[in-house]
Write a protein that binds this ligand. Structure first.
Ligand code: SAM
Ligand code: FES
Length: 332
């Protein structure tokens, strides 16, 4: 698609055009993945973070957050619960927590890998140097999620403190791919100062990086952050960005995100209808979920892992999709 065509779809409010766009995205998805929707078990193992991203509820500067860390034993218990429920992918996500040194992350990945030799292990723990990413990979991690957040330098600088840079974040993503990880990029829709042009740049960056995974969700304001009074992202525009990403990267694994489900009760199902093919129900202990508050009113914080698993399955089936508990690597 040309820039003009992409920009048109980024902003269109025309219901017929949108319907066609989503149908096209579903067709592309079906070509490689049929109606399957893969499950990933999400374990939010720390909400400590040394960074201060302006949008994020667990930023270092938010002194009102009650902080927690899961022990290795707790993490393994979450994995055991996930395994019992049929999950073949564990996503270990957290803030950039200095307590979790490379040695500690290697210890965790090694232990999960030893207990589950055939499962996929996904890390989502932010920016590291090449040596660290290599150690985690050697210990058994297969995938890494690191959203680029916005591919426009000036916009990036309005969402992050000066200590962070888009150039480094991009470099991390290329390094991860180079090491052999299935890498996941992505961005929020509706962050302050975002424009149709910055969204176009996000799509062009995805085309350049060709990540195995793409995470897209609406920006949702978080209390006690600099953006707490800003408007949340528009669901329709978020869905159009999911659809455009699917069309540009036909084989990508694209989650229907929790943030989509938070701004609309059928948001995740609509994400699947716009071309997404992954869901990430929560395996974190109940007490941790409320505290891992990246944004306000996050859903599924009161449910047990088994309830989330069943609830998602029902939602998926009700829209004509088929839950698939296999590992679900990216199509080649
Ligand atoms: N620390 C890791 C990292 O930076 O990649 C993983 C955790 S980070 C909190 C996970 C993602 O949450 C971010 O990439 C961001 O896109 C999303 N996020 C943070 N604050 C958000 C908000 N207010 N609304 C929607 N998504 C948000
Ligand atoms: Fe958690 Fe529905 S996915 S309750």
């Amino acid at each position: 698609m040309t820039d003009a065509e992409l920009l048109h779809y980024i902003v269109t409010g025309d219901p017929d055009e949108t319907k066609d766009l989503f149908a096209q995205a579903r067709n592309v998805r079906e070509r490689y993945y049929g109606n399957a929707v893969y499950f990933r078990g999400l374990i939010e193992f720390t909400n400590y973070c040394k960074n201060d991203c302006f949008y994020c509820g667990i930023r270092a500067g938010n002194k009102r957050v009650e902080r927690y860390r899961l022990s290795l034993e707790r993490i393994l218990q979450c994995c055991a619960m996930g395994d019992m429920l049929g999950y073949k992918t564990f996503v270990l996500q957290g803030g950039e927590d200095p307590f979790f040194t490379d040695e500690r992350i290697v210890e965790i990945v090694t232990a999960v890998r030893a207990a589950y030799p055939d499962h996929a292990i996904t890390l989502s723990i932010g920016e590291k140097d090449r040596g660290s990413y290599e150690k985690f990979f050697e210990a058994g991690a297969n995938r890494y999620l690191l959203r680029h957040e916005t591919a426009n330098d000036a916009h990036y600088a309005k969402l992050h403190p000066v200590s962070m840079s888009l150039a480094y974040r991009k470099r991390c993503l290329f390094t991860l791919k180079d090491i052999g990880y299935q890498a996941g990029a992505g961005f929020m829709v509706g962050t302050p100062f975002q424009t149709p042009h910055t969204l176009l740049e996000d799509l062009r960056f995805l085309e350049e990086l060709k990540p195995a995974m793409v995470g897209i969700g609406p920006f949702i304001p978080a209390a006690d952050t600099p953006f707490s009074a800003e408007a949340q992202g528009d669901i329709e525009q978020t869905l159009r960005m999911v659809a455009l990403s699917r069309i540009l990267l036909p084989k990508a694994l694209i989650p229907a995100t929790t943030a989509l489900g938070t701004i609309s009760s059928r948001g995740r199902e609509r994400g699947l209808m716009a071309g997404a093919n992954v869901v990430m129900p929560n395996l974190s202990p109940k007490a941790a979920r409320k505290l891992y508050a990246l944004y306000d009113n996050k859903i599924c914080t009161g449910d047990e892992a088994a309830e989330c698993r069943l609830c998602m399955e029902g939602r998926i089936r009700s829209f004509g999709f088929v839950p698939d508990m296999r590992r679900g690597d990216a199509a080649v």
